[in-house]
Design a protein. Structure first.
Length: 218
């Protein structure tokens, strides 16, 4: 539902937390008429899920509404393990992809025509407060004159992570092809034996989401 734009990422997260509690309580009620270990196991599962939501929900609310990075810091600690890094990068990429789709919909439906680059970045960030730092998100928006002129290549970065060439922000007109790219330099942790997920010179992993579409007529 988040990918389809029916719910924001934050709303979807609340659905996931609620479903976790609901499934645990439902299991307990199903086993309510039994006794002994089956009932104890059902109760344990319900309590485990309620406890998990009780621990995560305050952190999620703090990060979403106050800008605190409790969950982000926790993911940094987990990221010391290769498997955790892969999982976190995959999750963050999915978040970035969904937020980019939501931002592209604003351009597609002519809702972003009067937005400045800063306002458009803020609109995108409103759906991606968890895990990401808004000021570090880079946006490249430009019209393409034809299908053959579409360019979706990643920008070039200097060794310190700065852009070799500045990104552009040009709102396309109705009926034009639009290319929207969103970039984020995700911090990664070096691993033993030279293993590293970084693909930029400053030791970060470049995440990129690209949307190509034709702007609807007004």
């Amino acid at each position: 539902m988040a990918s389809a734009g029916l719910l924001s990422l934050e709303q979807s997260s609340f659905f996931v937390l609620g479903a976790s509690i609901g499934s645990g309580v439902a299991t307990y009620f199903i086993g309510f008429r039994v006794s002994g270990k089956p009932r104890q196991l059902a109760l344990l599962q319900a309590l485990f899920k309620i406890l998990g939501v009780g621990l995560l929900l305050p952190l999620f609310l703090a990060e979403s509404h106050f800008g605190s990075k409790f969950l982000m810091n926790a993911t940094r600690e987990l990221a010391a393990d290769p498997a955790h890094q892969v999982a976190i990068i995959y999750l963050a990429n999915a978040y970035l992809e969904t937020a980019t789709e939501d931002a592209a919909r604003l351009v597609l439906t002519n809702q972003a025509g009067s937005m400045t680059a800063s306002q458009f970045q803020t609109a995108l960030c409103n759906n991606i407060t968890t895990l990401f730092t808004c000021s570090n998100i880079m946006i490249n928006l430009a019209p393409a004159t034809s299908e053959t002129s579409i360019s979706t290549a990643a920008p070039t970065f200097n060794s310190d992570g700065t852009l070799a060439n500045p990104v552009t922000y040009t709102q396309p007109n109705s009926g034009q092809i639009a290319v929207l790219q969103v970039f984020y330099q995700w911090p990664v942790i070096g691993l033993p034996f030279g293993w590293n997920f970084a693909n930029l010179g400053n030791g970060t992993y470049l995440m990129m989401s690209t949307q190509v579409f034709i702007v609807e007529p007004q």
